[in-house]
Design a protein around this ligand. Structure first.
Ligand code: AKB
Length: 312
């Protein structure tokens, strides 16, 4: 794997759903002493080297990057789709300002690589819904989606204008048992496991037949490391890469859970998140990621459900 013993990695938003698992994976690859985890809330001791940091504070990010001679930044701070719809302007501000703070710090201190997650939320109702292509119509109808499109285009601009090596993935809904998701439309696919085991019933805020692209966190972390370890010349898309693994509806997920918990029952009470889900694709074409840097998912619906049932 491409790595340098002088690498120092900085994670922003390390206490979130992705950060909790990514910081472990990066510590394995680079060594725990090379990874600095930051979050707005104090992190547990198990997080290793950590700093409380508000990613809206550009000067603080810049100073940390300078002081620690950071070579890679993983910027995971964001307000997700459902939460952002409740407070559009503060969410736009948070998503964009933190992103620009990272780009500016990287420019100023010549950070070698930056990772920043995009999302299937960049797509909208005018995008082809099945096997959504890498390059297609991007007209999202959520503030979260608009912020991700803006960030993707800024990344592409920064790569060209300032030679910044920013890499990105359009994550689908991420399913994990280590840390809870934080206010997204795909969160039902995690909540359902907790409720299935706790109460044996779940009321889905999406309708029975709402199909969405999803991914088990282990696959998402592996995709992130593969992307970040690829030689720069293999990164052909400087916006963000489509990645795909599984897609299912709440009804299909409930059936898969019933194979383990036969008495589990589901009911449906769609809320405002239904409109968000209806604007997103059913499935994603990830052939560019496969061709450019060797992406391949490992988890199926069946193996993901098994992992979740075993660990939740
Ligand atoms: C959300 O639902 O907002 C996120 C996402 C798909 O980016 N999980």
């Amino acid at each position: 794997m491409a790595q340098n013993k002088n690498d120092t990695l900085l994670i922003l938003g390390a206490g979130g759903q992705i950060g909790t698992e990514l910081r472990v994976a990066l510590s394995h690859q680079f060594g725990a002493d090379r990874v600095i985890s930051t979050d707005i809330h104090p992190l547990p001791e198990s997080a290793g080297r950590s700093v409380v940091l508000n990613a809206l504070d550009g000067a603080a990010i810049s100073e940390l990057v300078r002081k620690e001679k950071v070579t890679q930044i993983y910027h995971l701070v964001a307000t997700l789709s459902a939460t952002a719809e409740k407070a559009p302007l503060p969410s736009w501000d948070l998503n964009m300002k933190t992103f620009f703070n990272v780009v500016e710090a990287a420019k100023q201190h010549r950070v070698q690589k930056i990772f920043w997650p995009s999302s299937i939320a960049v797509f909208g109702p005018t995008t082809p819904r099945d096997h959504t292509p890498q390059q297609t119509i991007l007209e999202p109808t959520t503030v979260y989606g608009i912020s991700k499109v803006a960030g993707e285009l800024w990344s592409q601009y920064a790569a060209k204008a300032w030679n910044l090596d920013i890499r990105s993935l359009r994550y689908p809904g991420l399913i994990s048992h280590t840390a809870p998701p934080g206010g997204g439309t795909t969160d039902y696919a995690v909540d359902i496991f907790h409720q299935a085991k706790k109460t044996g019933t779940y009321t889905s805020f999406l309708s029975a037949d709402t199909r969405l692209p999803m991914m088990f966190m282990e696959d998402a972390i592996r995709a992130t490391l593969l992307l970040m370890n690829a030689p720069a010349e293999d990164i052909k898309h400087r916006t963000s890469y489509n990645i795909s693994s599984i897609d299912f509806t709440p009804a299909e997920l409930a059936t898969a859970i019933q194979k383990h918990l036969p008495h589990f029952s589901i009911s449906y009470a769609p809320d405002f998140r239904q409109a968000i889900a209806d604007s997103w694709p059913n499935s994603i074409d990830d052939s560019a990621a496969r061709a450019d840097w060797g992406w391949e998912p490992r988890f199926s619906l069946k193996s993901m459900v098994q992992e979740m049932i075993d660990h939740v």
